[in-house]
Design a protein around this ligand. Structure first.
Ligand code: PBG
Length: 336
């Protein structure tokens, strides 16, 4: 970068407002542009048929039965959204301490993956890998007493990833933050001949209060005992995120993710600058609900705040964003 002072003469030779004087002029100098290709759309699944169930803490977001999820994926594909991400709601009576439903090939995620891949072959399906939708204690891993067992959990995650890939999942997204899971899953995939399965690791995932509404959406909030601070990162740390990302890349991640999104844009920028990897951010449930709640009350201009919040990710260096606003944003972008 050249010396900015030398490059720009002072006022009035320089008037910054010249380039902002009209819509066409602003478009001409825009440094970043949000496109539909930047959007990954998380969907919540629920058992049943023809069912849409609202998530009370996420205005405008529903849990969808598999047939409804297929319709949602069709609509997403019709707008050019590249990927849907699947998250199951699991009732308390289907959960157990080991979360064994996670590696049942007939679980909701696997059924939805098969149905979407069959009906909408040109959309990518991303599946989260973590045990929390299935455990009775709501943790992402296996417990012994109140300690999460890292290596035993990793074995369960490999099994979970394999059933999802066998159902047709394109992108495996481990969100559990166990050590060594990317390497183990990569090896499991290669050994089973799944050479083209992408891994998008939740590489820098923080122990965040912004996940509150998501836990409600998947039925974990009542279940969760304690917190996730022994595996998810401390929000105070930045350098540690780079170490996490470096390890996941070395173990075989194709893409990395930072999560949450807006409060962690500094991390997105540092990760992108340091590694130059395909880098994604997750505008998580709490971020969505803050914005959607304010829109609902008429406090924010809906269209503008959606595009502004997502464009911020692009400016920070993200290649794409997982966002519950994906379909809304795609519609806005299609309108131009
Ligand atoms: C599960 C998982 C979580 C999210 C994605 N995968 C929650 C958590 O770690 O407790 C959060 C997504 C969101 O808040 O939108 N491991």
């Amino acid at each position: 970068m050249t010396d900015r002072k030398a490059a720009s003469p002072s006022f009035p030779a320089t008037r910054m407002r010249r380039n902002r004087k009209a819509d066409w002029a602003r478009r001409l100098v825009a440094e970043n542009t949000l496109s539909v290709n930047d959007l990954l759309w998380p969907l919540f699944l629920v058992d049943g048929e023809n069912k849409r169930e609202s998530v009370p803490t996420m205005p405008g977001v529903d849990r969808l039965s598999v047939d409804e999820a297929v319709r949602a994926a069709e609509e997403a594909a019709s707008f050019g959204i590249p990927v849907v991400a699947l998250f199951p709601y699991t009732a308390a009576d289907k959960r157990n301490p080991t979360g064994s439903l996670a590696h049942d090939p007939e679980n909701l995620v696997c059924r939805a993956t098969r149905a979407i891949k069959e009906a909408v072959p040109n959309i990518g399906v991303l599946c989260d890998v973590a045990l929390d939708p299935y455990t009775s204690h709501g943790h992402d891993g296996l417990l012994s007493g109140d300690i999460i067992q890292n290596d035993e959990t990793v074995e369960a995650l490999v099994k979970q990833a394999l059933v999802q890939v066998e159902a047709g999942c394109d992108i495996i997204a481990p969100s559990d933050m166990m050590d060594g899971r990317i390497g183990a899953i990569r090896k499991g995939l290669e050994d089973a001949g799944h050479k083209d399965t992408q891994i998008m690791s939740y590489a820098a995932k923080y122990a965040s209060a912004f996940y509150g509404p998501f836990r409600d959406a998947i039925g974990s909030s009542g279940a969760l005992k304690g917190d996730k601070r022994t595996y998810q990162m401390d929000p105070a740390n930045g350098n540690e995120a780079l170490r996490e990302v470096a390890l996941d890349i070395a173990e075989g991640a194709d893409m990395v993710m930072v999560k949450p999104g807006l409060p962690y844009l500094d991390i997105v920028t540092r990760v992108k600058d340091e590694f130059g990897m395909p880098t994604f951010a997750y505008q998580v449930s709490g971020e969505y609900s803050m914005i959607a709640g304010a829109i609902e009350r008429g406090w924010f201009d809906r269209d503008r705040v959606i595009v502004e919040s997502l464009t911020a990710f692009k400016r920070a260096g993200a290649d794409g964003v997982l966002t519950y606003f994906a379909l809304d944003a795609a519609k806005l972008l299609a309108k131009g």
